[in-house]
Design a binder for this molecule. Structure first.
Ligand code: GLY
Length: 353
């Protein structure tokens, strides 16, 4: 088993290995005494893994209650968050009990937001079942929901007690959702590790992901440690996300997060190079890596629509927005620009001017 430790306001481990879901009960018992556990999951994940996880927890002496939500981005809503809070209250969870988020990024975000706000925070364990959740959203404590005005506009930091990443769960992902996670992996490569980038560009094997997941999590740890609340270096993890979130919003969330981030990274790479920030042209290798991972590169929206959708970007500070720009493979920088310049920036990235 590989273990990556994070030292933030809470010290916690991310365990990575095939077959860990059935050991969830015993792994949790090493960090949290017997209590009531509220498992929050979705209908797809429940069908595949709920009985296995529940049996392990019951064997370890935990008592359970389970909430199964509809799958998909639309569960990251005010209505579903309220439903989770009410479920926790109806089942009498206290501050010594635990929320277990069993699923992908949507479940981790909405269950985590409920854990972070119910009784002003109760303990949370993340059991990511998608590649995107394993290498990104289950780690670092960001939780939240979307508002009609934009993505992730309400949320709290809620660090988990433990992250249990069973890489065998990646076997059952559709090709689309496996590719979604690869986009975040390619992002880590572009940000900090050319070797990791090259591994994605060669095409990764979903049955052999332990080393890759661990490397991605280490890179995320290095950006999160020391900047848990996203005031500085953690912002680098937003590479491709300003345009990505705008694409998701404009598509009514029919374009999934990783696919949108893939397109967003291409826009940022092209803009950074054509506006003279980059020391090398990262766009050709990026296009090759996206292609190897079956991810799209062409953005279906124009610069004006994207810039308008980005007005409600949560990364905005007043009239400014910080963009993450590739300088060369494995190195990026932060560049704060006035909101009024964003459309021109995106236009350069789309090749509109
Ligand atoms: N997904 C970006 C972050 O956790 O900061």
């Amino acid at each position: 088993m590989k273990t990556v430790s994070i030292d933030s306001s809470k010290q916690y481990n991310i365990h990575i290995e095939r077959g860990l879901l059935e050991k969830a009960g015993s792994l949790i018992s090493q960090v949290h005494p017997r209590c009531k556990v509220a498992i929050v999951t979705d209908d797809n994940v429940a069908r595949l893994y709920l009985s296995q996880v529940s049996a392990g927890l019951e064997n370890a002496g935990y008592s359970l209650c389970t909430l199964i939500l509809p799958h998909g981005e639309h569960s990251k809503s005010l209505g579903v968050w309220t439903k989770v809070l009410q479920f926790l209250a109806e089942n009498g969870l206290t501050k010594s009990d635990l929320v277990l988020a069993l699923g992908g990024g949507v479940i981790g975000d909405v269950a985590g937001f409920a854990a972070g706000t119910y009784l002003r925070e109760i303990p949370l364990v993340q059991l990511p079942t998608t590649l995107l959740a394993a290498i990104d959203s289950s780690v670092g404590g960001k939780t939240g929901i979307d508002l009609p005005q934009g993505k992730n506009l309400a949320g709290v930091f809620c660090q988990p007690e433990l992250v249990i990443c069973d890489t065998a769960a990646l076997d059952t992902l559709t090709d689309h959702y496996f590719a979604d996670g690869c986009a975040e992996g390619i992002k880590y490569g572009l940000l900090a590790d050319k070797e990791l980038f090259d591994a994605f560009a060669r095409g990764v094997d979903r049955r052999d992901m332990d080393d890759i997941v661990a490397r991605c999590v280490e890179i995320k740890r290095d950006f999160v440690q020391g900047d848990e609340r996203d005031m500085g270096k953690r912002q680098m993890l937003n590479l491709g996300h300003t345009v990505g979130h705008a694409i998701e919003k404009l598509s009514g969330y029919s374009i999934s997060h990783g696919h949108a981030v893939a397109m967003g990274m291409v826009v940022m790479c092209r803009a950074a190079y054509s506006l003279g920030y980059s020391r090398e042209n990262c766009t050709p290798p990026l296009l090759q890596a996206l292609d190897a991972c079956h991810l799209p590169s062409a953005c279906p929206y124009d610069a004006a629509a994207l810039a308008k959708a980005a007005l409600s970007d949560k990364k905005r500070r007043g009239d400014n927005l910080t963009l993450i720009l590739p300088l060369r493979m494995g190195e990026c920088c932060r560049e704060t620009i006035p909101m009024k310049d964003l459309e021109g920036f995106i236009a350069a990235g789309l090749g509109e001017r």
